[in-house]
Design a protein around this ligand. Structure first.
Ligand code: GDP
Ligand code: MG
Length: 202
């Protein structure tokens, strides 16, 4: 039997800028009101090693992200700082470590149907300059790669949200122990998922 969609889980981390911008409640509200269920949460200051492992859980991440970033420069008519994808990601990773370890972050696991895709949609695309209006990044940040490249820092986009269902499994294991994830029922799940809506009318 395949697992029902309602059990899909995804990792969301409010990065240190999200905490500093006093957006914790606002960010949580966006996912909560969509009908997703919070099943784990903690706050801590990540170490550089922890962040490096997080980004390199997929052994292909360095190559893929490097190639994607180089393509991004070329698509905009810009010259990439180097043609070597691994050198591009080495620099990205150093900046991500400085960013992510600058203060407390809040890690969460959200559960619900298509939670990976739903969370990405609500969060908006990675570069705030082009994130859609109405998404969390589109509504609350103004950062751009052009500016972060000029200043030699990471893009500040408030949130890390897992990209794929396969990534979710690895990332949740990295951030949480099994016993930190709580299996429980929310009363609203009946109206979201149950086939029969019996019991509403008295
Ligand atoms: P995410 O899943 O939306 O966070 O994006 P990725 O997994 O593709 O990339 C991880 C991180 O690498 C992002 O949060 C950015 O900090 C950085 N990054 C990705 N693509 C680019 C890019 O084209 N330019 C720059 N400067 N940084 C990038
Ligand atoms: Mg990613």
């Amino acid at each position: 039997m395949t697992t029902h969609f309602k059990y899909e889980k995804t990792l969301v981390v409010i990065k240190p800028d999200g905490v500093q911008r006093s957006l914790i409640g606002e960010i949580i509200k966006r996912y909560e009101r969509a009908g997703l269920k919070l099943v784990a949460m903690k706050m801590f200051v990540p170490t550089p090693e922890f962040i490096e492992t997080h980004y390199t859980l997929d052994p292909e991440w360095r190559r893929i992200t490097g190639e994607k970033t180089i393509k991004g420069y070329k698509d905009k008519g810009l010259v990439p700082p180097t043609e070597d994808p691994l050198e591009v990601t080495r620099i990205l990773l150093e900046r991500l470590k400085a960013y992510f370890t600058s203060g407390p972050a809040i890690a969460m696991v959200w559960q619900g149907a298509h939670s990976v895709a739903i969370v990405r949609k609500l969060t908006g695309s990675t570069e705030p300059l082009t994130s859609d209006v109405g998404t969390i990044r589109g509504d609350y940040v103004i950062d751009s790669y052009q500016m972060t490249d000029l200043d030699g820092r990471s893009i500040r986009n408030l949130i890390h949200a897992t990209g794929t269902v396969e990534e979710a499994e690895m990332e949740i294991k990295h951030w949480f122990k099994d016993e930190e994830i709580i299996n429980y029922r929310l009363v609203q799940e009946q109206i979201i998922y149950d086939v029969n809506l019996d019991g509403i009318l008295e």
